[in-house]
Design a protein around this ligand. Sequence first.
Ligand SMILES: C[C@@](CO)(OP(=O)(O)O)[C@H](O)COP(=O)(O)OP(=O)(O)OC[C@H]1O[C@@H](n2ccc(N)nc2=O)[C@H](O)[C@@H]1O
Ligand SMILES: Nc1ncnc2c1ncn2[C@@H]1O[C@H](COP(=O)(O)OP(=O)(O)O)[C@@H](O)[C@H]1O
Length: 311
Amino acid sequence: MRVPPNAQVTVRSPAKINLGLSVGPPRPDGFHPLATVYQAVALYDDVTATLRDDSAITVEVVGDFAVDVPADDSNLAVRAARMLQVEFDVEEGVDLTIRKTIPVAGGMAGGSTDAAATLVACNRLWGLGLSQSELERIAAELGSDVPFCLVGHTALGRGRGEQVTEVMSRGTFHWVFAIADGGLSTPAVYKELDRLRPLRRVESPEVRPELLSALLSGQSAALAVALSNDMQAAALSLRPELAATLQFGLDQGALAAMISGSGPTCLFLSTDSRRAVDLAVALAESGLCRMVRQAEGPVPGARVLPAPINR
Ligand SMILES: C[C@@](CO)(OP(=O)(O)O)[C@H](O)COP(=O)(O)OP(=O)(O)OC[C@H]1O[C@@H](n2ccc(N)nc2=O)[C@H](O)[C@@H]1O
Ligand SMILES: Nc1ncnc2c1ncn2[C@@H]1O[C@H](COP(=O)(O)OP(=O)(O)O)[C@@H](O)[C@H]1O
């Protein structure tokens, strides 16, 4: 059922981290079966969608990492808008502006979250009236991480990561991110993982029960020892210098240090926000990374922002 369209909509969408990332052997289609626990963290991209009378779809990228993002039809946000436009015979177009705060190719699902934000924005802009589950179906076609970016909070990802179910989590966790110079290509890191373990019998992916109980307890110390990432060895093999960044964070008192998803962003768990600030300052002064960010999790997925009040 169509609903009245809006002229402009802004959607805020979070970065993700993987608290557990267990990767099975490659499937016949080349994708790897996953058992992952995602968490959405309070680092956001904002996507503003403005209605066009003609059918064109344009994109402009502004903000911290704008130069690293393609501003053409390969942009995941453009692909998301086009997918909706084609599937639902939409005659209007859209101008998209992405305000980028999430590192690009950093293992934090920046492109995926822009795609999720665009689905939510265009659904409203074009008055399509699609339900959350319809949006999740379309999201899965755009990329394995996109459905989670719609849902947010803390969730289990199965299949290639696109089958998402919410996981109970208590309290708030305090994260610090060391953003590296340059990115890592996700397919290249999966390939490196396969190269590193060709002769090993690779088990089916599983979520560690201690991770789920740590989340239920809300205790950072319990979470710290339950974190795991099968992709870490592959990311470190491609970017060995990241090991020094991880070790530096541990030496500075982080409860845990790990590569975020396929990397190269390094994530650190802190006991509280004060210690997170101290760690962020130390990392920034270390010269080991391009930039440092601090964020709490979990937070919700892609959400429409209230329209500004014009007086
Ligand atoms: C590794 C993870 C962990 O959450 O994310 P990042 O850390 O890069 O953000 C994801 O699996 C990335 O998901 P996403 O970036 O959406 O991947 P897709 O667009 O679906 O696929 C890009 C490519 O990654 C590889 N791929 C992706 C997912 C998967 N389960 N197995 C794979 O082998 C395939 O080579 C695929 O062609
Ligand atoms: N809107 C977008 N934001 C970021 N990257 C994008 C976007 N659209 C396409 N890309 C491309 O997707 C690749 C992966 O980016 P990103 O999603 O940020 O990384 P990751 O898969 O590590 O989480 C980048 O190299 C970039 O060229």
